[in-house]
Design a protein around this ligand. Structure first.
Ligand SMILES: Nc1ncnc2c1ncn2[C@@H]1O[C@H](COP(=O)(O)OP(=O)(O)OP(=O)(O)O)[C@@H](O)[C@H]1O
Ligand SMILES: O=C(O)[C@H](O)COP(=O)(O)O
Length: 403
């Protein structure tokens, strides 16, 4: 069990640096609200009740991606959830940030700019290295303590996650505590029947190692999304390539080709792959094509209906089902079939079920599922599947070891 220091141990009325994860979907340039904002607002609400002055660090997207935007809109959404003003400064560790910190009073909440716009934040390095970044060296002396609340980013060894606890008093926020406890409990559970993991979404680096690491816990994997297509490409099909204006496949293929081919060979009997894929035809309608022998050069946006039904049958015959990453672009209802069919099967099945992933969890609200039909909905994605392997989460370990 972890030995976090909870925020209950904080003396009231301090100046706190709080790291949360409100990484959100961005649709047509507009930041989408999500349960992440609501959950982190609970931590901030508690800290306000103890008369703290609060400055918040968070990230959005990744450099070069279209979701890599300012946190200005995030401040408004967070303020709505808090029903309390959230000031925004379009700076993270420069002069504007420092003067905004100087003006901080107890009861104030300030959100810094997207921390991934700051040089030292990326890439992943050891905590002691991240502690030497300008970000940490500039901000740490300005605060009495750091509160790590970003469980869903705890698998990333970034400066705002691992650098501050290395040099200052560090506490775990409520989201960090609750998600850690819940996911650890899941990891330690055993089930009296088949365990199924549904892996989709766009992030191959989160999904691929999981197949190998959860080999003794998960009996079968149902693959979809970009992840599923990359495995199909490893299986020799002409899918999983960047076509038109997509940039989701080729760079991930280059990075993970060996793993994909090795895992496909080693675990073929446990992997369920799509047999048809869906795309948008010339009339803007959903159309499907069999994977076998296709030479279609259009972006695929969902698994086919037959695949979805086959996965639903696997889910129905499971004692536990974990899903991370959607099977298609469920935000567009023409391509929500795979994700919705599997979520419906999870909701109906008498099984232990966990829905994970910042975007994937949104499908539960978007398609009016009852949250109570699932055992847990976690706001973490990559962090939750990584935690199921028993692998350490760097953002958790540093909160334990530095106090
Ligand atoms: N074939 C596809 N092409 C493009 N995008 C896809 C495809 N299938 C799924 N997606 C996208 O994947 C996203 C969800 O998966 P993602 O990898 O982002 O995981 P997540 O649920 O957000 O977890 P995390 O919190 O780790 O990001 C959805 O926003 C969906 O639009
Ligand atoms: O949405 C997430 O999974 C977290 O915010 C981490 O984002 P990342 O995968 O871009 O590090």
């Amino acid at each position: 069990m972890t030995t976090f220091r909870p925020i209950d141990d904080l003396e009231p009325g301090q100046r706190l640096l709080v790291r949360i994860d409100i990484n959100a979907a961005v649709e047509d340039g507009t930041v989408q609200d999500s349960r992440r904002f609501a959950r982190h607002a609970e931590t901030i609400h508690e800290l306000l009740a103890d008369n703290h002055a609060i400055a918040v660090l968070a990230h959005q997207g990744r450099p070069g991606e279209d979701t890599f935007v300012s946190l200005e809109e995030h401040a408004e959404i967070l303020g709505d959830h808090l029903d309390h003003p959230v000031a925004f400064v379009s700076d993270t560790c420069g002069e504007d940030a420092l003067s905004a910190i100087d003006d901080l009073e107890p009861g104030d909440v300030l959100l810094f700019e997207n921390v991934r716009m700051c040089d030292g934040e990326l890439p992943e390095e050891e905590p002691e290295t991240k502690a030497e970044t300008d970000l940490v060296r500039t901000l740490a002396p300005e605060f009495d303590a750091y509160v790590g609340d970003a469980y869903s980013t705890a698998h990333r060894s970034h400066a705002s996650i691992v650098g501050f606890p290395h040099v200052m008093d560090a506490y775990a926020g409520r989201v960090m505590e609750q998600e850690y406890t819940a996911i650890t409990a899941v990891r330690d559970r055993t089930f009296d029947g088949p365990v199924t993991m549904v892996l989709g979404g766009t992030k191959a680096e989160d999904a691929i190692p999981i197949v190998e690491q959860l080999d003794d816990t998960v009996d079968r994997f149902c693959l979809g999304g970009v992840v599923g297509e990359l495995f199909l490409r490893a299986d020799g099909h002409t899918v999983g390539y960047d076509v038109a204006d997509t940039s989701l496949f080729d760079h991930q293929w280059d990075d993970h080709r060996d793993d994909l081919e090795r895992i496909l060979e080693a675990y073929r009997d446990r992997l369920h792959l799509p047999t048809e894929l869906a795309y948008e035809d010339d009339d803007g309608e959903r159309a499907e094509v069999a994977v076998e022998g296709t030479t279609k050069e259009w972006p695929f946006l969902d698994v086919g209906a037959e695949t979805a039904e086959r996965y639903a049958d696997v889910v129905a015959d499971s004692a536990a089902v974990f899903i991370k990453g959607s099977l298609g672009v469920f935000e567009d209802e023409r391509f929500a079939d795979g994700t919705v069919t599997v979520l419906a099967a999870m909701a109906e099945a008498d099984c232990f079920s966990v829905v994970g992933g910042g975007d994937t969890a949104r499908a539960v609200e978007l398609y009016d599922f009852d949250e109570n039909d699932f055992s847990r909905i976690t706001i973490a994605g990559g962090a939750y599947v990584r935690a199921l392997t028993g692998d350490p989460l760097v953002g958790v370990d540093v909160l334990e070891s530095h106090h």
